[in-house]
Write a protein that binds this ligand. Structure first.
Ligand SMILES: O=C(CO)[C@H](O)[C@H](O)COP(=O)(O)O
Length: 261
């Protein structure tokens, strides 16, 4: 295990550390959001400072943008970069086909736009994020504030007609006030239990007036790097079906945690 890190943080760090090996000089890189993605941004920053790696980062949240700048990574908006070589991001769940539920941090709208504007998406995750079926993690749906109750009622009607176990829909709160996304919207969390047909649900949800984007990422992720608490990493590639194992050497000089804190 890495010094001063819990097994779960070690797993997240290991996945992030291995994933940044796929970044090459000159690349335009989508920078995901969340705690695993934050490790990735720190590891990339370390390569920028120590190797002189030249990349341009497109952050998926205001928080990631601030961290990337602090790490010395050149940051531009997607409007400027237009098309990206690679996006590396975390996830809340991934299934055997590398379909995802994202948005636990409320950033899935920008995350989906950035990932789909990329030649390749690599997901980094601790092993607990792997599921046989999506849906245990509440599915985030971003809605505009205007008439959000109407959007919620329409979503509840849709859930009755679809193959889902749970139908509870809750407005995400931050303390006493509704959570607001970076785009100024609300998040509804759908407590589904198990999603039978994720592809269908993703399409249907985005037809509801007021819905901006849902957290289902279908056929977007190309590769997953799964980290374990002992520093092992598994790499799975959806196109080739290949799977390989690796290990992060925490004693290696480049993995200095004081630098990454
Ligand atoms: O989708 C996301 C944010 O919208 C995150 O990638 C997801 O919630 C995973 O976060 P963490 O790495 O902290 O577990």
């Amino acid at each position: 295990m890495a010094p001063n890190l819990s097994p779960i943080e070690t797993a997240k760090f290991a996945a992030a550390r291995r994933a940044v090996d796929f970044v090459e000089g000159g690349m335009r890189v989508g920078l995901g959001s969340g705690s695993t993605a934050a490790w990735m941004v720190r590891c990339l920053g370390q390569r920028v400072r120590e190797e002189g790696l030249k990349i341009t980062g497109v952050p998926t949240s205001d928080r990631t943008a601030a961290l990337a700048r602090a790490e010395g990574i050149t940051v531009v908006a997607l409007e400027e970069a237009r098309w990206l070589d690679l996006t590396i991001d975390g996830t809340d769940e991934f299934d055997p086909d590398l379909n995802l539920i994202k948005g636990g941090g409320g950033a899935h709208l920008r995350e989906k736009i950035v990932a789909t504007a990329s030649d390749q998406m690599i997901v980094i995750a601790d092993a607990a994020k792997e599921v046989a079926h999506l849906g245990a993690f509440p599915l985030p749906v971003e809605v505009v504030p205007f008439g959000w109750q109407t959007s919620k009622a329409l979503i509840e009607e849709i859930l009755v007609s679809l193959d889902v176990l749970g139908r509870e829909v809750t407005l995400r709160m931050k303390g006493d006030v509704p959570f607001t996304s970076d785009e100024g919207n609300r998040i509804l969390d759908l407590h589904l239990g198990r999603i039978g047909n994720a592809r269908q649900l993703a399409l249907v949800l985005n037809q509801v007036p007021g819905v901006v984007e849902n957290g289902l990422f279908i056929d977007i992720c190309d590769r997953v790097v799964i980290g374990h608490g002992d520093g092992r990493v598994e790499l799975r590639d959806i196109a080739t079906g290949s799977s390989e194992e690796d290990r992060i050497d925490f004693a290696a000089p480049e993995n200095v945690f004081d630098d990454l804190g």
